[in-house]
Design a protein around this ligand. Structure first.
Ligand code: GLN
Length: 192
């Protein structure tokens, strides 16, 4: 299975290492031609404004949208989640890929607690709590009917969701030793 990780900016190397450790062929993606033949694509965490600007500069926006619309699974972590959302609050004129029916608030936790870790109950991953690392994280403030929320904070705020072949997480699954989310995505990519 061949998984691309968008490598324009942000935490892409960590994803590649984990995917390779799980037996997938993981490749960096910077050019449109590198999207060919992928079974899945990860848009990593980082800075969504930079990632979107670079996607425009590298002419990746249209081919990436086409890839996602053809049903190839795409997973956005943190800034990647912002890139996939069709509506953003807390940001001036960020032009996203607008692929997923979610409204996302950037930097939702403000300056006081802009980074934190917490255990989440994620039924899709099994019974053992999932330790999640949030770094200047966005949250989902609205979701369309076709979106399934996979994880919430204790106050009910959605922080992971899926819409068909699109997956988003507010947090950074590439920064812990728990690789269940990567396994979950590889299953999506294998069509299971
Ligand atoms: N705050 C960043 C943004 O708005 C996202 C942070 C992250 O990806 N860790 O793009």
């Amino acid at each position: 299975m061949k998984i691309g990780v968008l490598a324009l900016q942000g935490a892409f190397l960590e994803h590649i290492e984990i995917l390779r450790g799980l037996g997938a062929a993981a490749v960096t993606v910077r050019l449109p031609k590198e999207l060919q033949g992928l079974d899945g694509l990860i848009i990593p965490g980082g800075e969504s404004t930079s990632i979107m600007n670079l996607m425009h500069s590298f002419s990746l926006v249209q081919p990436l949208k086409k890839l996602a619309q053809s049903g190839v699974p795409v997973w956005g972590t943190c800034a990647g989640m912002i890139c996939l959302a069709n509506e953003i609050t807390g940001s001036n004129n960020l032009k996203t890929l607008a692929l997923m029916e979610i409204t996302v608030k950037r930097n939702a936790f403000g300056r006081q607690i802009d980074s934190f870790e917490t255990d989440l109950n994620i039924p899709a991953l099994g019974k053992i709590p999932y330790h999640a690392v949030f770094i200047r994280a966005p949250v989902i403030t609205g979701a369309g009917k076709s979106v399934t929320v996979l994880a919430e904070l204790v106050d009910g705020t959605p922080v992971a969701a899926r819409q068909d072949s699109l997956l988003v997480t507010s947090f950074h699954p590439e920064l812990t030793g728990d690789h269940r989310f990567h396994r979950y995505f590889l299953k999506m990519a294998s069509g299971k």
